[in-house]
Design a protein. Structure first.
Length: 256
């Protein structure tokens, strides 16, 4: 997952809104979002290579997502899959604060990552490149492959459009159009993440489309004040061509 916008306890009628793009190689096998057979409370896609996921929510209101932190100089040859960080939170019951602190203590086992995990009570941000876990206060946030709210053009302008799309209520068409924007950043505004500038420019749009790598799915999650969840995932199996659409509505369950 490479680009995520989240509104947390900011909107008076929607305590949670997420709009996200997952960018990945098209050859990497993936199952679209569904409720998992072994964990029927979990709604998420599955990375079939390592059985993890990039984003998901449960029927009890636990949600999480992960992005890579881009710095090729820090890459580890035998790192654990970052998709297990989201999978284990969704399938577990641990308090999000405790969970993210445990992840942070073993962050060196993974390549660079950003992890956000929470529920409708608490939200935490854990990053491999930060010295501590951060509790997030109500607000709107943007995350790509730098740190949370890094001033990358697609984060800055995407967050502005995201905020406008949810001003009254989450507008599905507006959010999907925002995620589908292929406008690239001006060269002089590109971040320096240690990769070739031409590639940096290619990756600077919100929606990425190259022959081998690009945006594989766009996801919208909205939870209203009555605990009603709307989950939509639109897939792109190859180079910008639309695939399937998964759409779910359900009510959050009360935990004991």
């Amino acid at each position: 997952m490479c680009l995520i916008f989240i509104s947390y306890k900011k909107h008076p009628d929607y305590p949670l809104v997420i709009a996200a793009n997952r960018d990945e190689f098209y050859a990497r096998p993936t199952a679209p979002a569904n409720f998992w057979d072994q964990h029927p409370d979990v709604l998420a896609g599955i990375d079939l290579m390592h059985s993890g996921t990039w984003l998901g929510i449960t029927k009890t209101g636990r949600f999480t997502f992960v992005t890579n932190f881009r710095n090729p100089k820090l890459a580890k040859a035998r790192a654990r899959s970052r998709g297990e960080l989201t999978r284990d939170f969704l399938t577990g019951e641990e308090n999000p604060g405790h969970y993210t602190r445990k992840v942070h203590n073993r962050r060196n086992q993974y390549n660079g990552f950003n992890l956000i995990a929470g529920d409708l009570t608490n939200l935490y941000y854990c990053a491999s490149e930060l010295e501590d876990v951060r509790a997030l206060t109500p607000g709107n946030y943007g995350l790509s492959n730098g740190l949370l709210d890094s001033p990358w053009p697609k984060v800055i302008y995407g967050k502005q459009q995201f905020t406008e799309c949810i001003r009254n209520q989450p507008d599905r068409d507006c959010l999907l159009a925002m995620l589908a924007d292929q406008t690239k950043a001006d060269v002089d505004k590109l971040p320096d993440t240690g990769i070739d500038k031409a590639l940096e420019h290619t990756l600077s749009s919100r929606f990425i489309s190259t022959p081998e790598y690009g945006t594989r799915s766009s996801t919208i999650i909205a939870v209203d004040k009555n605990n009603r969840v709307h989950f939509l995932e639109k897939t792109y199996p190859v180079a910008g061509k639309e695939g399937s659409v998964q759409e779910y509505w359900f009510n959050l369950q009360q935990t004991a």
